[in-house]
Design a protein around this ligand. Structure first.
Ligand SMILES: Cc1ncc(COP(=O)(O)O)c(C=O)c1O
Length: 368
């Protein structure tokens, strides 16, 4: 009996997610003392001290199930940003919420429109749901033309998904253009805006996408505490949508999908503006340093608005990846995305980035 033949939808076509190597494994394999991981877009400044304290207080109550509705976190999101609590769904990372929105709305009779080189979860979810995927090619500078995205939507399009900023590319669409796009799309097509990296985006026209939901009930916005808030290991994120869609997602999720430690950390993290400001300021300053380094070494860097950058070496990037790994710097090769000449580097602290620059300069010097 081959059980793979019995699975639902397109699940048989999916390969298990390949996560980056943990630091300890690289240290052990290569006999290195110091290893820097710039591979998973994590927060290099650790956890907010306020969040840490809140979590410690919660530890002794782990005998209880968590609050199934996440009452206090929803309240906090309401107090801080004005979000209506009926329009919030909480999840074990925004990844879970993205899975749920696909599970709820996507099937073999519809198609999903996504930009080329999107976050790997979107095509995975669409495939599991047996939906047709319509990819929209990016421009030569890897930016997304929203007119092309709009043109790809047809009468069978159930969902269009955009990460803004995107991953693994890092580009963002302008908020003004995004707003125009959102207002154009017909209401039977869901627009999912994945804002996992939203805090790092610099755009004078920034407007909270939540504000558009009142006019556009087909708009769904996902956010995470994994990146700027530094809580990736806890798995917590939220989705904003009109109250009907939110109630659908809340029917589908497991009753205790988010744990109380994560709730308490997220609430405290929302109170720690100093930590968030430090993280974003450092990231955006260092992003410019990556830009300068790329210029100086004639490397093509895709314009990034996220907490990572993508370097295109215009040659097979695998030896560069291997060299950096051997010297204790883990980055992310993009060959799996069909971008074999590119490496994605998560922006670390100034010191971590300096280590990356040193080893990459050495490598480039050697192959001259
Ligand atoms: C674009 C994008 N969306 C969503 C996620 C999921 O993040 P999480 O599940 O940690 O909230 C990631 C993670 O890297 C991402 O890059």
């Amino acid at each position: 009996m081959e059980y793979i033949n019995l699975v639902n939808g397109g699940l048989a076509q999916i390969k298990p997610y390949q996560a980056g190597k943990p630091i300890e494994e690289v240290q052990r394999e290569l006999g290195l003392k110091e290893v820097v991981k710039l591979a998973s877009n994590e927060n290099p400044f650790g956890v907010s001290p306020k969040a840490l304290e809140a979590m410690q207080k919660k530890l002794e109550f782990c005998n209880f199930y968590p609050d199934s509705n996440g009452f206090y976190l929803k309240q906090k999101l309401h107090d801080k940003f004005g979000y209506n609590t009926d329009m919030i769904t909480l999840g074990a990372g925004s990844n879970e919420l993205i899975n749920l929105i696909f599970q709820a709305f996507v099937n073999d009779k519809v198609n999903v429109v996504i930009p080329r080189y999107s976050f790997v979860v979107y095509p995975m979810d669409a495939t599991i749901c047996n939906a047709k995927i319509k990819y929209v090619d990016l421009e030569s500078d890897y930016s997304l033309d929203l007119n092309k995205l709009y043109a790809a939507i047809d009468e069978n399009t159930r969902m269009v998904v955009i990460a803004n900023p995107s991953n693994p590319i890092g580009t963002a669409v302008g908020y003004k253009e995004l707003k125009e796009f959102i207002y154009k799309v017909k209401e039977d097509t869901l627009i999912v805006i994945d804002e996992a990296y939203n805090e790092f985006c610099e755009d004078d026209n920034y407007e909270d996408s939540y504000n558009f939901i009142k006019d556009k009930p087909n708009l769904v916005v996902s956010r995470t505490f994994s990146k700027a808030y530094g809580l990736a290991g806890l798995r917590i994120g939220y989705m904003l949508a009109n109250s009907e869609i939110s109630s659908i997602l809340n029917r589908l999720r497991a009753p205790f999908n988010v744990n109380d430690i994560a709730f308490s950390a997220a609430i405290a993290a929302l109170d720690d503006d100093m930590f968030l400001d430090k993280v974003v300021k450092s990231n955006n300053e260092q992003r410019k340093v990556y830009e300068d380094f790329a210029k100086e070494h004639s490397i093509y860097m895709i314009k990034s608005q996220a907490n990572f950058v993508t370097y295109d070496f215009k040659q097979d990037a695998a030896p560069i990846y291997e060299y950096l790994l051997k010297h204790g710097v883990i980055v992310r090769p993009l060959a799996a995305y069909n971008l074999p000449t590119m490496l994605r580097i998560s922006i670390g602290t100034k010191e971590q980035n300096a280590l990356f620059f040193k080893h990459l300069s050495d490598y480039l010097q050697q192959i001259k």
